[in-house]
Design a protein around this ligand. Structure first.
Ligand SMILES: Nc1ncnc2c1ncn2[C@@H]1O[C@H](COP(=O)(O)OP(=O)(O)OP(=O)(O)O)[C@@H](O)[C@H]1O
Ligand SMILES: [Mg+2]
Length: 184
């Protein structure tokens, strides 16, 4: 599954880490992969530096998955992080690189969560989309530009599994009022 959002800073990495963590805690063998080479977020989110091996080493064939993947805190959670930020990750997101990586991950893990760049203005999502079963779109309340939502959903198309509404205020929302009134 890939996790994206229309723009930057909307909670893709936070959602990827939380979802992968929950799946692992529920007993599913899970691999979280950072494919956002321009703004890799998994390493800072987990407080772990992928200094020796990164997902780029696996994509270029210099390392195997088992050499590069890190198990987190003895859980069923495994992570492939980005070693170095890149301005132009085209070669890593090509078909030749992604096919063997994702085939291997599929064979090994029950869930593979891909944290990826925003849909707009990058081409990264379109590159990776053919290789995934589904995609989650993260929309951040008060931040996501509404005019970007429909075009982003259109790019993801039939692979869309769901939308995560992140950072939504609960107090004062109509949802809260509805259930509040039911209680009364
Ligand atoms: N619901 C939330 N509540 C509080 N802070 C949040 C929430 N969602 C995201 N943040 C914070 O906002 C910042 C951006 O979140 P995150 O890194 O997950 O977004 P992103 O979409 O991955 O960003 P980028 O496009 O840079 O990769 C982080 O500091 C994160 O901790
Ligand atoms: Mg991120």
């Amino acid at each position: 599954m890939l996790i994206t959002s229309p723009g930057p800073g909307e909670g893709k990495t936070l959602t990827s880490v939380n979802l992968a963590w929950c799946l692992a805690d529920a007993g599913h063998h899970t691999c979280l992969v950072d494919l956002d080479f321009r703004a890799p977020g998994i390493s800072p989110a987990l407080g772990y530096a992928f200094e020796e091996d990164g997902v780029e080493d696996v994509l270029t064939g210099n390392r195997t998955i088992s050499q590069s993947v890190r198990q987190i805190a003895g859980r069923s959670l495994y992570v492939l992080g980005v070693k170095k930020r890149l301005t132009s990750p085209g070669e890593f997101l090509s078909s030749a690189s992604l096919t063997p990586l994702l085939a291997n991950l599929r064979a090994t893990f029950r869930w593979v969560i891909l944290d990826i760049a925003p849909v707009i203005p990058m081409a990264d999502v379109a590159e990776v989309l053919p290789y995934v079963d589904g995609a989650l779109m993260v929309i951040r309340s008060g931040k996501t530009d509404k005019s970007m939502v429909a075009p982003s959903l259109e790019i993801v198309g039939s692979k869309l599994w769901g939308v995560v509404v992140n950072d939504s205020p609960i107090n004062g929302s109509s949802y809260y009022d509805y259930y509040g009134n039911l209680k009364d």
